[in-house]
Design a protein around this ligand. Structure first.
Ligand code: LP5
Ligand code: MN
Length: 240
């Protein structure tokens, strides 16, 4: 049976080797035979530039992805942790970078793919931060710094982000119905898949004059999981 797989929010980090091992098993046991694998952002806990690919976790993940990407398309969309992944990572692994948002044809159904952070329109502080760090000028200046400084900057940003989140209610850090409906409308889709919120679910929204389904992917901190699409539908699969 043809099938396509979707994951996000693996947040792979040196200090969480179990998640990397889970991802390695997923790539060797679950992914073979699929038509395509989509990684919808936050594959890494943070990414400070493709020039870190020569060793450690980045090199390990590149080694894991390379043989998979030789056998099927492996797509990667930026998350809010790894928005600096760029063309060298793509060239060295064979993965294909996907813009956020992207609409794909999934066995005859138009499906909207996003990381999910742009749907959290109540989180004004985050959206302002996002605009700043996604600007080419900010990125060029940041990437010009030595790698150790960039790692220190990333850790500093993480700390400030955690502090900021303490003052935010859970609702502010979730998608807004208005943003979801607008996304369905502008894409002209009835199905959407995203991650980011770490609240895996299948939601039904009224949009485009009828019911529309929004799938939210799980994170991989403790266990993880993925979505499997076949011509007969989409199902969520939890990993142990
Ligand atoms: O990540 P998560 O899910 O815990 O929280 C997000 C939002 N936070 C972020 C910030 C990232 O976690 C920071 C790490 C980025 C790593 C990239 C490193 C690149 C380094 C550069 C080297 C080239 O995305 C959080 C949301 C939450 O999702 C839910 O949606 O609320 O947003 C914030 O907390 C943002 C704050 O409200 C405001 C900004 C605080 C950080 C300020 C750092 C300033 C440093 C200077 C940069 C301009
Ligand atoms: Mn995210």
């Amino acid at each position: 049976m043809p099938r396509t797989l979707f994951v996000s929010d693996l947040h792979l980090a040196e200090e969480r080797p179990a998640s990397t091992e889970r991802f390695s098993r997923f790539l060797s046991e679950t992914v073979p035979g699929a038509d395509a694998l989509y990684i919808l952002g936050d594959l890494f806990e943070f990414w400070v530039g493709d020039d870190c690919l020569s060793g450690g976790l980045p090199a390990r993940i590149a080694d894991l992805l390379r043989p998979v990407a030789r056998n099927m398309p492996v797509y990667f969309m930026h998350g809010n942790r790894d928005f600096i992944v760029s063309s060298r990572f793509s060239a060295e692994t064979g993965i294909r970078l996907l813009p956020d948002p992207t609409v794909i044809d999934l066995y005859g159904e138009r499906v909207l793919l996003l990381h999910g952070d742009t749907l959290c329109t109540g989180d004004r502080a985050y959206l302002a931060f996002r605009e700043q760090v996604r600007s080419p000028a900010w990125q060029a200046a940041a990437l010009a710094r030595p790698i150790e400084e960039r790692i220190a900057l990333a850790r500093d940003m993480r700390e400030q982000s955690e502090d900021a989140k303490e003052g935010k209610g859970a609702a502010i850090m979730d998608v807004t119905p208005e943003a979801v409906e607008a996304a369905f409308a502008s894409a002209g889709c009835r199905v959407m898949i995203h991650g980011h919120t770490h609240r895996p679910a299948r939601h039904v929204h009224e949009a485009n004059g009828g019911p529309c389904v929004r799938w939210v992917l799980p994170d991989w901190y403790e266990s993880g999981g993925y979505l499997e699409a076949t011509p007969s539908g989409i199902r969520a699969v939890a990993l142990g």
